[in-house]
Design a protein around this ligand. Structure first.
Ligand SMILES: *Cc1c(COP(=O)(O)O)cnc(C)c1O
Length: 369
């Protein structure tokens, strides 16, 4: 029996009537851009993170880009982030006109190593973007402390981490602002692209609101040059429904992760996710390290079991960033993770029988080595 990496069809069946009703409401209203649904989602997600402001935008990528622009990270400035993340984090820095500056990861959590950040800061550093990778928050306290001392902005890339907590504080509530993505495979996934800026900083909120609507504070009166980056009412309607189920889905992901942890506990070749005692992990991905990862992938493919590699190449080694001048071995922990990591199915609707099949495949891979 095939096991997908993520089973959105099963999830949809469980909420189909609610979604149909919400979508139908939008069609009846014919209010597709902005309006009550978008405003309701903004309020709901600000409240979810425990901060006063949220602004819907067209994608998680745009949430990062518009935040960077609103924070003044443009030409002549630098923004520090991790090289082990989805491309968008660094792509947004580049597209804002700033220079991406990479800092290696902690090998256990895969998140930026806060202890190495200060050495990379210069007079041009404008912002730091910690990424809460796979659903676990970066070690925020030392980062926030550094940012305060150097007067730089902290933007949390929480695209994979809605609902995650650090020392009890929700993702997106710790830095100056956070970026969420509603790409369908995220823990709160829409019916297409979408994103949200969540912030406690009124100036950043105002800046992003202006930028997402061509810099117009009044219709046809433009203070700055922005862009068209709005969240559709249809997306907001779908997301409002799914938000009601999010915590329960996160709990199911955590229970599935705990089951894998338990079953792999006596398999020393498998490195299971390290969860910091400070963190409440929401497992957008359950990522293990295995020897001979590519052979494991081949076995999974043969058995019709979904798996994926996030990410196969560190960003400092991407063709487009070679011009930044980093040597290939500049970030050894990021490079090593790229070689070993393997994401297993952990979606909320996954059954124990399916998990047993995944576990069997991992063990069969190891015994064939
Ligand atoms: C998905 C993702 C993004 C980008 O979000 P989109 O909505 O796809 O633009 C940014 N950063 C990280 C870490 C992501 O996983």
């Amino acid at each position: 029996m095939a096991i997908p990496l993520l089973d959105l069809q099963t999830q949809h069946q469980s909420i189909r009537e609610e979604i149909d009703a919400a979508v139908s409401e939008v069609f009846v209203s014919q209010q597709f851009i902005g309006g009550a649904k978008v405003e309701a989602l903004e309020r709901a997600l600000a409240q979810y993170a425990g901060v006063p402001h949220a602004v819907g935008v067209a994608s998680g990528t745009d949430a990062l880009l518009l935040l960077l622009k609103a924070a003044g990270a443009g030409p002549g400035t630098e923004v520090i982030t991790t090289p082990f993340t989805f491309f968008a984090t660094a792509g947004a820095i580049f597209n804002a006109g700033a220079r991406p500056v990479f800092v290696d990861i902690e090998p256990e959590t895969y998140n930026i190593d806060a202890a190495q950040i200060e050495a990379r800061m210069t007079g041009r550093t404008r912002a730091i973007i910690p990424v809460h990778l796979f659903g676990q928050c970066a070690d925020m306290d030392p980062i926030l402390d550094l940012a305060k001392r150097h007067d730089v902005v902290v933007i949390e890339d929480a695209a994979q981490a809605i609902g995650a907590r650090y020392k009890g504080r929700p993702a997106c509530s710790m830095g100056h602002a956070g970026a969420l993505s509603f790409f369908p495979s995220k823990n709160l996934g829409g019916a297409g692209d979408g994103g949200m800026v969540v912030t406690r900083d009124a100036a950043l909120e105002a800046g992003v609101r202006l930028l997402r609507n061509h810099g117009a504070s009044r219709t046809y009166f433009h203070d700055i040059v922005g862009t068209n980056s709005r969240l559709d009412a249809l997306q907001a309607a779908v997301l409002l429904v799914k938000l009601r189920h999010l915590d329960q889905w996160s709990e199911a992901r955590r229970a599935n992760a705990a089951y894998y942890d338990e079953k792999f506990a006596d398999v020393p070749e498998v490195v299971t996710p390290f969860v910091s005692p400070d963190c409440h992990h929401v497992y957008n991905q359950y990522v293990i390290r295995v020897p001979e990862r590519e052979r494991a992938r081949a076995l999974f493919a043969e058995r019709g079991i979904g798996c994926a590699v996030y990410y196969p190449r560190s960003l400092h080694r991407q063709q487009c960033f070679l011009e930044l001048g980093y040597p290939e071995d500049a970030f050894p922990h990021s490079n090593a993770a790229c070689d070993d990591v393997l994401a297993l199915p952990v979606f909320p609707e996954l059954t124990r029988e399916q998990q047993d099949e995944v576990i069997r495949a991992v063990k069969d891979h190891l015994s064939a080595l």
